[in-house]
Write a protein that binds this ligand. Structure first.
Ligand SMILES: *Cc1c(COP(=O)(O)O)cnc(C)c1O
Length: 215
């Protein structure tokens, strides 16, 4: 069996029922995405607007594209046109920009509020105490529907730290749900840490390298 197919079957077998797999295909060649598609995968994650645009233009229409990278406001139109879901809303400004472009495009975009809990300063997102404000703002904006929170754990060998980060992200999810009851999704867990994310409440995992290989 080809490698990508094998890897997808393996992850799917280990993933509990009801946890959604986003196959993170950023920087991967089309052939690998086609192989994943042939293996039944329909949900892919991309982190660059141009790359998403190019891939979405040539791959089947029934793919659900999730945008997971840092999004600059000048790329919002392109991402709104191509992605079903934007997981990386990290500022009020971006939320407003996505709302405006969604209204122009006559559609509703599902979004996750990205939360910053990791130790690294380079990771973007709302701080936990900024989330409630963002959720309230989202309720006033047309064209965007908050479905949950997205986060990343610290990149560390300390399982305890990673577990604490996942717990913190899940708590942020509850805080958002107190304001938006339908925002039930918690997107957390990548190739190196997804089982721990699932045992701490992930409903969506984003897995790249252990499906497609190194980038
Ligand atoms: C690249 C990326 C992933 C996937 O990472 P892997 O370690 O390759 O599984 C998940 N989430 C985000 C936000 C990413 O940028």
């Amino acid at each position: 069996m080809p490698e990508v197919t094998h890897n997808i079957y393996k992850v799917k077998k280990e993933l509990p029922f009801g946890v959604k797999l986003v196959a993170v295909s950023k920087f991967q060649p089309l052939a690998k995405l086609c192989e994943a598609y042939a293996a039944g995968q329909r949900c892919f994650g991309e982190s660059r607007a141009n790359e998403l645009e190019e891939k979405a233009a040539v791959l089947p229409e029934d793919i659900e594209w999730h945008f997971i990278g840092h999004l600059q406001t000048n790329k919002v139109r392109s991402v709104v046109a191509n992605a079903s879901v934007i997981q990386s809303i990290d500022s009020d400004r971006l939320l407003r920009a996505v709302s405006a472009e969604a209204v122009k495009a006559g559609r509703e975009v599902k979004v996750f509020l990205q939360v910053h809990v990791a130790a690294e300063e380079s990771k973007t997102g709302f701080l936990p105490d900024e989330l409630a404000g963002a959720a309230r703002l989202a309720l006033t904006l047309p064209g965007v529907k908050v479905v949950g929170v997205m986060g990343m754990a610290t990149n560390t060998d300390s399982k305890e730290r990673v577990r604490a980060d996942f717990k913190a992200i899940a708590e942020c999810g509850q805080a958002v749900r107190a304001i938006i009851p339908t925002a039930t999704e918690v997107s957390m867990g990548m190739s190196g840490d997804w089982p721990l994310a699932v045992s701490n409440g992930a409903t969506v995992v984003r897995i790249g390298s252990s499906i497609f290989g190194e980038r």
